[in-house]
Design a protein around this ligand. Structure first.
Ligand SMILES: NC(=O)c1ccc[n+]([C@@H]2O[C@H](COP(=O)([O-])OP(=O)(O)OC[C@H]3O[C@@H](n4cnc5c(N)ncnc54)[C@H](O)[C@@H]3O)[C@@H](O)[C@H]2O)c1
Length: 141
């Protein structure tokens, strides 16, 4: 229970690595704000996480004793992230850890020079700028 009394925010928590992190944090005693877009994104050619998957991650964490706040948040939206961080602080009184996990895969099977500018911009917006936005939201400025 190394994280007892701590609060963590995890982006991309509906499934995969984000879910595994959430469950591991819950097993170590953390309370959790679990965020995921839980919707598909135009331009991403495979299904993203779902609201049902996000709810299931929350159930897995609660079953391990964690208090959980879960929300559909797109890391491309700073205002939504700031709102979610505010909700986590209001509920838990603190935020100790941010796991910047949300992301999309690079266009499959394409070399760098074959990627379109729209594909590149979307990838940067989610994978790079999304992590910066979440960090900014937690940092409070
Ligand atoms: N699995 C791998 O081998 C691997 C390798 C390198 C990097 N990564 C990165 O690790 C992270 C997790 O990988 P994974 O395999 O669990 O991926 P995954 O696709 O299973 O899960 C990613 C989660 O992020 C969410 N997400 C995507 N865009 C979002 C957005 N704009 N806002 C909020 N949530 C969003 C998705 O809905 C999904 O639930 C990703 O950032 C991925 O790019 C994974």
């Amino acid at each position: 229970m190394r994280l007892a009394g701590k609060t963590a925010i995890i982006t991309g928590a509906a499934r995969g690595i984000g879910r595994s992190c959430a469950v591991a944090f819950a097993e170590q005693g953390a309370d959790l704000a679990l965020l995921d877009i839980a919707d598909d994104v135009p331009g991403v050619p495979y299904p993203l996480g779902t609201a049902g998957q996000l709810a299931h991650t929350a159930e897995l964490c609660r079953a391990r004793g964690a208090a959980v706040l879960a929300g559909q948040v797109d890391v491309r939206e700073l205002g939504a992230l700031q709102h979610a961080v505010g909700a986590a602080r209001a509920r838990f009184g603190r935020v100790d850890v941010l796991v910047n996990n949300a992301g999309i895969a690079a266009p499959s099977g394409k070399t760098a020079h074959d990627i379109t500018e729209d594909e590149w911009q979307l990838m940067i917006d989610v994978d790079l700028s999304g992590a910066w936005r979440a960090t900014k939201a937690v940092g409070g400025s």
